[in-house]
Design a protein around this ligand. Structure first.
Ligand code: ADP
Length: 847
């Protein structure tokens, strides 16, 4: 805040009040404050109170005159520089003027003086005074500010020193290891005692980290330091293992740490602050705790297992002891009975038959009958019935009660015992069930009938309804057998499959079982299953109609192959599949699968035998066909040779021999075919690669078969405008053309046969076209298989091997063969062969 300063004052000193008034009048226009003094003493007093810009002093005053006053004023240090104007009423001699100046006056005016002159002088001094005072004030303010700054600096320095000392002591006493690293090589600038102890060295200060700890090279520590220094991003790690080579520290230690980048005020990276905290102890403790918890868990599991074993043991041998009075009334509690059935004491002790509600409704009448009878005749009571356990499941129990008779022959009470025989009954049931199933499965090799029998056997013992599904060769599914407790619903079991969309990737159900070979077991089928599992509303309705409350689906597996599944269903909620039923179903499925597999193998073997027999009969017939004319020819030749009158000329002999040779050739072709088939079967078809002109081969074969063409009445044309050269096997190609050509004669109905050879896109193309009987579309691919024929053997001889061998050769040469045909109009066999290297631009023959 600027300081308000009074306008500077002028001290007027004169012993004549009139003079003072006059002086005031003169100074009036300057609007300066004036203080009046009528003597030198009074003037000095005024000066004690205030500083004046200028003092106007009358030189002549009685007592202390102006000079004296001026001298005294000058003696005071405070006023040494206050300007004094001496005024004298009359002209003084020069010596007084000099004296005035000597005494410190700055000016000397003699009356009468020009008021203007005095005003100018006073104005000058007042201004000077003001300037001076301002300067002084500014200097004072500056000094004050300086002093304040100084004080603040002092305080800050002190604070910094205190902070530093505190930081140092914090660093020194901190329970964490702290170090300051400087520069890109991480030179140690500071390390607190804990840090030094941790690294086991005292000589690290001033050394780069890599040099200070060569032993931790390769543990990714330096790389991390480099990274933090390079990126300026802090890094923290938790429980990081580090192998320190500190003395007495061979083991791995674990650390939590922070690498914090340190920057200069300008933001330049300067170094890193490393804070590390050893957590080896905690880690060990944690590991130990984990180990302990694992071992506890193991112990717990073992305990649980042994408890379970114990429980099942007690279940297995669970025996219930009960007593009644002589009349068969339950009067005493049986904790065994109540623990087993979960009945309340009140219920159990309620009247005569409180216990009866725990007996299966179907077994109650029989039980009561036996009990009443035993009471009547006082003989042992024995019955086997199902008793409802506390969990709602029924257990088979064998009950036995005996009367306790007193000495006088009276029945005092009855003591009874119930023994759980469920497992025993189950294994008996399973064994007898499996025995029946095995008997059924071995009766027939017609597996469809067998499976239908199995389905019937399963219902109602093991299911309310069931289905057997087999995978078909085309990847579909066939429901080969189904059974239902209510026979009229069997059709629904079949129908439900048709409404089933077989999603082979489904996470559950039949597709999953067929995909994975794992059984599926759903003790209780939730209501939601109906909507989620069904494809449409109709299927949901079907499932509701069939009933589905618990189900099992087990795969049919044999020789590692899944070929179907058996689905068992309890329709109503009163029965749930238990594990023993799953095992039983699996056992049954295994036996059924083996039986199906055997039946299938048997069927296949039978078919193979049949095919072989058929082939043998055809083959013998075929082999015999050329033999008969051959034998006849030889016979007639022998006869001619023996009869003396008949002389055979050379030509007639040649004609006979021609016929004989043709038959021999036919025979050897048949035998060659058979040999080829056995070679193919053994994978021994060898090829003799050479340069061949397909057109030439075709022409050769056609030429060779001219007699047969004539005999068949077929006119043969060959369209081969130029050579078609490639690397193939000449004899095998000859065989291909021969087979196709002889078939064309055989099935060509005496109509023209056309062969054409050309090239197309680097492939050789051979077409053999006839206008004969043609081939049914359904047989077009089959005829290339072994022994496969599409004509009756009565009308056409043949082994069904020609096309099979042809295709095998073509494929071995890297080519393809196919047949196209319109029945009754003829067939075209198209052979393509790769590897043409000399081709001629040919017209593609009309197909
Ligand atoms: P094969 O002629 O000895 O029966 P192939 O393997 O040569 O044996 O022929 C298989 C079947 O293909 C024949 O039985 C016949 O039904 C049919 N087939 C072959 N070529 C022709 C053809 N050109 N025209 C009509 N059917 C033919």
């Amino acid at each position: 805040m600027p300081r308000v300063t009074a306008r500077p004052a002028v001290l007027l000193v004169d012993d004549h009040p009139s003079n003072l008034v006059a002086l005031e009048g003169v100074l009036e226009p300057l609007r300066v404050r004036t203080t009046q003094a009528t003597s030198g003493e009074q003037a000095l007093k005024c000066l004690l109170r205030e500083d004046f810009a200028v003092i106007i002093l009358d030189a002549r005053m009685p007592g202390m005159d102006g000079f004296e006053t001026a001298r005294l004023i000058r003696q005071r240090a405070r006023h040494r520089d206050t300007p004094i104007i001496l005024i004298s009423a009359y002209h003084q001699d020069e010596s007084s003027i000099i004296r005035g100046y000597v005494e410190g006056a700055v000016d000397y005016l003699t009356k009468p003086f020009e008021p203007e002159v005095l005003r100018a002088k006073v104005t000058l001094f007042v201004d000077l005074f003001e300037k001076d005072r301002e300067l002084k004030e500014r200097a004072a303010r500056l000094r004050e500010a300086q002093a304040e700054l100084l004080a603040r600096e002092h305080a800050a320095l002190l604070e910094a020193a205190v902070q530093r000392a505190r930081l140092h002591s914090v660093f020194t006493q901190a329970p964490v290891a702290i170090a300051l690293l400087q520069g890109p090589t991480h030179v140690y600038a500071y390390a607190n005692p804990l840090y030094l102890r941790l690294v086991g060295r005292r000589d690290i200060l001033g050394r780069p980290a890599r040099e200070a700890h060569p032993e931790i090279d390769g543990q990714h520590v330096f790389e991390l330091l480099d990274h933090v220094f390079r990126t300026g991003e802090p890094v923290a790690g938790k429980a990081i293992p580090i192998q320190l080579d500190a003395p007495a520290r061979r083991e791995t230690a674990f650390f939590d740490f922070v690498y914090q980048p340190l920057r200069s005020a300008e933001g330049q990276m300067e170094g890193l602050l490393v804070c590390a905290c050893e957590v080896t102890g905690q880690m060990r403790a944690r590991l130990r705790a984990e180990e302990l918890s694992a071992s506890l868990q193991r112990q717990h599991e073992a305990l649980q297992k042994s408890e379970e074993r114990f429980r099942s043991l007690t279940h297995a041998v669970s025996q219930i002891v009960w007593t009644t009075d002589a009349e068969g009334r339950v009067v005493r509690d049986s904790p065994h009975w109540r623990a087993f059935t979960g009945q309340t004491r009140e219920k159990f002790l309620d009247g005569r038959y409180g216990w009866l509600e725990c007996i299966h409704p179907e077994d109650r009448a029989r039980t009561v009958r036996r009990w009443v009878e035993a009471l009547r005749v006082r003989k042992v009571f024995e019955v086997e019935h199902r008793v409802r356990r506390h969990d709602g499941r029924y257990r088979h129990m064998s009950a036995r009660g005996v009367p306790v008779v007193t000495e006088d022959g009276q029945v005092r009470e009855w003591v009874g015992l119930h023994i759980d025989v469920t497992e025993q009954r189950r294994s008996e049931q399973s064994a007898s069930f499996l025995a029946r199933a095995s008997a059924l499965l071995s009766t027939s090799l017609d597996y469809e009938a067998t499976l239908a029998n199995v389905a019937r056997l399963v219902v109602p013992t093991l299911a309310d309804w069931c289905a057997v599904d087999l995978l078909t060769p085309d990847g579909g599914l066939e429901r080969v057998a189904a059974a239902h407790r209510e026979p009229e619903k069997v059709a629904l079991v079949h129908e439900v499959l048709h409404h089933f969309e077989l999603d082979w990737n489904a996470p559950r159900g039949l597709p999953r079982v067929l995909r994975t070979g794992e059984p599926e077991w759903m003790p209780t089928v939730p209501e939601s299953f109906f909507d989620a599992g069904a494809r449409d509303e109709h299927q949901t309705r079907l499932l509701h109609a069939l009933g589905l409350s618990s189900y099992l689906c087990v795969p049919l597996l044999s020789r590692g192959r899944i070929f179907g599944a058996l689905t068992l269903v309890y329709a109503e909620g009163d029965r749930e599949y238990e594990e023993w039923e799953l095992r039983l179903a699996e056992d049954l499925a295994r036996r059924a699968a083996i039986s199906v597999d055997n039946a299938r193998l048997f069927r296949e073997a039978k078919e193979a035998v049949q095919v072989r027999d058929e082939f043998l009969s055809i083959a013998s017939h075929e082999l015999k066909t050329p033999l008969t004319p051959l034998r006849l020819k030889l016979h007639s030749l022998r006869r001619s040779a023996r009869s003396p009158g008949v002389k055979l000329d050379g030509e007639a002999l040649l004609a006979h021999l021609d016929i004989a040779e043709r038959q021999v050739a036919r025979l050897s072709r048949l035998i060659d075919s058979l040999l080829d088939v056995s070679r193919i079967g053994a994978g021994k078809l060898e090829l003799d690669w050479e340069d061949v002109d397909l057109a030439e081969v075709v022409r050769e074969v056609v030429g060779r078969f001219e007699p047969q063409a004539t005999k068949a009445g077929c006119r043969v044309t060959v369209r081969a405008p130029g050579p078609v050269l490639g690397r193939w096997d000449r004899l095998r190609l000859d065989q291909v053309v021969t087979n196709l050509l002889t078939n064309a004669f055989k099935y060509g109905a005496g109509k023209p046969v056309e062969l054409s050879v050309s090239t197309q896109a680097g492939h050789a193309l051979l077409l053999v076209h006839d206008q004969g009987i043609g081939i049914d579309p359904g047989n077009l691919s089959r005829i290339f298989e072994r022994f496969e024929r599409a004509v009756s053997e009565r009308h056409y001889g043949g082994l069904g091997l020609g096309l099979y061998i042809t295709r095998t050769i073509v494929q071995a040469l890297g080519g393809t063969i196919e047949a196209r045909s319109t029945p009754g109009e003829g067939s075209t066999f198209i052979v393509t062969l790769p590897g043409v290297y000399a081709e001629q631009a040919l017209q593609t023959p009309a197909s």
